[in-house]
Design a protein around this ligand. Structure first.
Ligand code: NDP
Length: 458
């Protein structure tokens, strides 16, 4: 049974960063009650005033960007440069959704006997369950559209990384967000997350995390026909054709899989390379991997920090056991901290665990292919469908392959997946629903159809 005090660790040192009270199911019930009480007032805020609240959230994050970045870098073990970029994105997300309250328009539909039109209503209280890899960033992807649409929130961050969510909640109050609109509970997922899923007062759960927990959330939510969006795991392909700019593809590949120490649902951890380009690509990849600077997250030089926990390191290590086909590795510090050197495996059988399971650490596999058809077949040969990249100098081929891959977010001659203004989410067992961009509002509103009779017989 978890104790009432949570020790939050710093993954780079294994030292306790902060001790905080740990919530239980009764705390979740109290948070939901506060969110229920705040809902009528928040949905009644005029669209322009709600927009102003979102702009204030954007500004308060921007004004505290360095403080939040330092906290996130220490608590999640991420490179400070990355953490600054992420806090910049959090600010942008609230700025982007500040444009939404005044643009939540509906349709007018021609019908007999009167007028019919649609409006979009908020859902009520939404439960947001977020992971430890991009703690405040992923929370903001959910909070921005949820608040813009007029919902109130109970946010459950991962126990490993609750600090920026707690600080953000304080800043939100300072920025004028009404009391009870945003509530944060920090406690174990199996207790607090599960209570949000079963609570009849929660209208929707938006979850990012493992496919296994996503399955249990979908099953649990069925009891109350709760709305659910799931952003789950991935095993994304990075497909490199021989006609690509191979130097650029090889130089960019490590960032696409070792960024955030590989703890990224979009990690391109299956690098598929056309056979005739293998030697040149592998030489470039080795140069790039061995030059990654792994170390203290707070150092300005650092490109990759430690893994989040001892448990995650054990999980990652299980893919690089004795006899694993290590082609080359980068370096990592010794001593305290959950360090793991960037590692490339090749040759790897397409049926091997490392080629099929989400590793969520700095381990990539390289697999050769011969034809465009084989690249598509291998790219789709996974239960997941979140993200991916295609590198080719032939634009028509790149577009053919892009249409044929069963994934939600693709990039051509680039490895970027996430933009504030474009939809993000997965096919297949990577989940359902979309975050970011205009589509995210669909996940936080219900469409209501209204008919007004104008004819006597209407
Ligand atoms: P989880 O899916 O367990 O955790 C994600 C969030 O869900 C956390 O807030 C967690 O709470 C909560 N949670 C856990 N169990 C439940 C439950 N029964 N009901 C409701 N909420 C719950 O991820 P892990 O931390 O265990 O990571 C394991 C693997 O998941 C990784 O190796 C990776 O493969 C994948 N993953 C994918 C992510 C993605 O971005 N898609 C993010 C994180 C992990 P708490 O942790 O506080 O107990």
């Amino acid at each position: 049974m978890p104790s009432g005090v949570l020790e939050v660790l710093e993954p780079a040192t294994e030292a306790v960063l902060q001790e905080i009270p740990r919530a239980d199911a009764a705390d979740v019930d109290r948070a939901v009650a506060r969110a229920i009480a705040a809902f009528p007032g928040w949905r009644a805020v005029t669209p322009s005033d709600r927009a102003a609240h979102l702009r204030a959230l954007s500004e308060v994050v921007r004004d505290h960007q360095e403080e939040l970045a330092q906290l996130e870098a220490r608590n999640a073990g991420k490179a400070i440069g990355d953490a600054r970029g992420e806090m910049g994105m959090v600010s942008q997300v609230f700025g982007y959704y500040a444009g939404s309250p005044e643009r939540l328009t509906g349709d007018t539909i021609p019908v007999a006997g009167g007028q019919a039109w649609t409006v979009r209503e908020p859902l009520g209280v939404v439960g947001l369950i977020v992971p430890w890899n991009f703690p405040l960033t992923i929370a903001s992807w959910k909070m921005g559209p949820a608040l813009a649409a007029g919902n109130t929130i109970v946010l459950k961050p991962a126990e490993l990384t609750p600090l920026t969510a707690l600080r953000f909640a304080e800043l939100a109050l300072e920025a004028g967000l009404p009391d009870g609109v945003l509530n944060v509970v920090v406690g174990p997922g199996s207790v607090c997350g599960a209570r949000l899923v079963e609570h009849p007062g929660v209208a929707k759960v938006a979850f990012t995390g493992s496919t296994e927990v996503g399955r249990s959330i979908a099953a649990g939510a069925a009891q109350t026909i709760k709305r659910v969006t799931l952003e789950l795991g991935g095993k994304s392909p990075n497909i490199v054709f021989a006609d690509a700019d191979l130097a650029a593809a090889a130089a960019a590949a490590p960032g696409a899989v070792f960024g955030n120490a590989g703890q990224d649902c979009c990690a391109r951890s299956r690098i598929l390379v056309q056979r005739e380009a293998m030697d040149e690509f592998m030489a470039g990849l080795e140069r790039a991997v061995t030059s990654i600077r792994v170390g203290d997250p707070l150092s300005e030089e650092t490109e990759m920090g430690p893994l989040i926990s001892a448990g995650q390191r054990e999980h990652v290590r299980s893919f690089v056991d004795e006899g694993a086909p290590v082609a080359f590795r980068g370096s990592a510090p010794d001593g305290p901290g959950f360090w793991f050197a960037p590692t490339v495996l090749c040759p790897v059988d397409t049926g091997a665990r490392a080629a099929r399971e989400e590793i969520f650490g700095p381990v990539a596999v390289v697999i050769p292919f011969d034809t465009e058809e084989e690249a598509i077949r291998l790219g789709n040969d996974t239960i997941y469908g979140l993200s991916g990249s295609i590198w080719s100098g032939d634009g028509a081929r790149a577009l053919r392959v892009a249409r044929a891959l069963d994934v939600g977010v693709l990039s051509i001659n680039s490895n970027t997946s996430v933009r504030v203004s474009t939809p993000f989410g997965g096919f297949k067992q990577s989940g359902y629903g979309r975050e970011l961009g205009p589509h995210a509002l669909d996940a936080y509103t219900e469409v209501k159809s209204i008919f007004y009779a104008t004819d006597a017989a209407g």
